[in-house]
Write a protein that binds this ligand. Structure first.
Ligand SMILES: *Cc1c(COP(=O)(O)O)cnc(C)c1O
Length: 383
């Protein structure tokens, strides 16, 4: 038997309903959506149109504001490099946050090499951005603010509406990486003043290799320099034949997630709280990230007095989790996210990220709790 899967921030299993929706688009409706001269093209285009509508509706956007990409990594790159290239004559200053995904941080560092200036804002102890600091950091030559919706390691939810308002007031474009947020928390690009939003399907039980960038077209119309040129698909912003089955699967995954959001959040929060309440009965367990402003399915803890690699090894037969940080015998460095939280105690220790998802059960939480308590106790004893 394989271990219990609790790594849903890395990826999720595909929902069978999503697979079912995709299947006909591999074989029957195989046409190229750009073929406008015959029914094969129209069938593919119809499937894509439906998915586009679902995704746009889920974030209160318009269909023509959704550009399909290969995932959130590409969407982040397109947003950041696309804005930098389109607005560099207006300014060369970009603001982001130390706890962002590498798909945001690396493009920003790449732009620094090209002469852009990037402010990486620190976060508070609970992982949240200080809004006053953001206000103070915006300058006349700031062209972009990029702050993620939900963190992939510690699950904290940044105050998107407040950030959007600040950016809107100063006329700065606001991009958010919502890879971990779509289908899990309500997102509204109008109410939250979001100009660009990165999405992906495989964190919400959809296929890997498909995502999207939302690009605001009105108030203001955001310019994005294309990063992939060719056949001119997606309003010439992202060329390449669209992957119809993946796009249909993405739409199906978003639809299911939107319909079951509340119910799943309740269920996952209950399981998460059960894990936390039981594991935190031990001494020396530190919660990483705010407990309230957090994804329902996320728990990230640091464990004092044990070796990170040894802890993962002890848990491996029972549960598939990932480690955020581990100052271990193998000298793995703590993650940049935990480093940014800045409490030295959690840094020097092993850490675990539990990512609970749609298909986990209460019974599994009991087994995971038991295994985790046992592993920590026995590793501490052998010290
Ligand atoms: C998973 C993830 C990404 C990368 O998405 P891909 O679709 O795998 O490229 C980017 N940002 C965040 C916050 C993520 O969780």
């Amino acid at each position: 038997m394989r271990p219990i899967y609790l790594d849903c921030h890395a990826t999720t299993p595909m929902d069978k309903r999503v697979l079912e929706a995709m299947m006909p688009f591999f074989t029957d409706y195989f046409g190229n959506a750009s073929s406008v001269a015959h029914i094969y093209g129209w069938e593919a285009e119809a499937g894509i149109k439906k998915a586009r509508e679902i995704i746009a509706r889920a974030i209160n956007a318009k269909e023509n504001e959704i550009v399909f990409t290969s995932g959130a990594t590409e969407a982040d790159n397109l947003a950041i490099k696309g804005v930098a290239e389109a607005y560099f004559d207006k300014g060369k200053h970009i603001i982001t946050v130390a706890t962002e995904h590498k798909a945001v941080i690396e493009p920003c560092e790449y732009l620094m090499d090209l002469g852009f200036e990037v402010s990486f804002l620190p976060v508070n102890k609970n992982g949240l951005l200080d809004l006053d600091l953001l206000r103070q950091t915006i300058r006349d030559d700031t062209i972009l603010v990029s702050v993620m919706a939900a963190n992939n390691e510690i699950g904290v939810l940044q105050p998107l509406a407040d950030i959007g308002q600040i950016c809107h007031d100063r006329g700065v474009i606001f991009h958010t990486d919502a890879a971990q947020a779509i289908g899990k928390i309500p997102l509204d690009v109008q109410a939250m003043n979001i100009d660009l939003m990165s999405l992906t399907a495989h964190k919400i039980y959809g296929p890997k290799g498909i995502g999207a960038l939302y690009i605001r077209r009105r108030n203001p119309r955001v310019k994005i320099a294309s990063q992939i040129q060719g056949g001119g698909q997606e309003n010439k912003i992202r060329s390449g034949t669209l992957c119809t089955p993946n796009i249909v699967g993405f739409g199906s995954a978003v639809e299911i997630a939107m319909n079951s959001m509340e119910k799943e959040n309740q269920k996952q929060k209950k399981m998460r709280d059960y894990l936390w309440e039981n594991i935190s009965q031990l001494d020396g367990i530190i919660l990483n990230g705010d407990l309230e402003k957090r994804l329902s399915g996320n728990l990230n803890i640091s464990v004092e007095g044990v070796d990170g690699a040894a802890l993962l090894l002890a848990l491996q037969p029972t549960v598939a989790v990932s480690s955020g940080s581990a100052c271990t015998s193998e000298s793995t460095k703590p993650s940049h996210v935990l480093t940014a939280l800045g409490h030295p105690k959690s840094l020097a220790q092993a850490s675990l990220r539990f990512g609970i998802g749609r298909f986990n059960t209460d019974e599994e939480m009991e087994k995971v709790t038991e295994a985790t308590l046992k592993a920590i106790r026995s590793l501490r004893k052998s010290h």
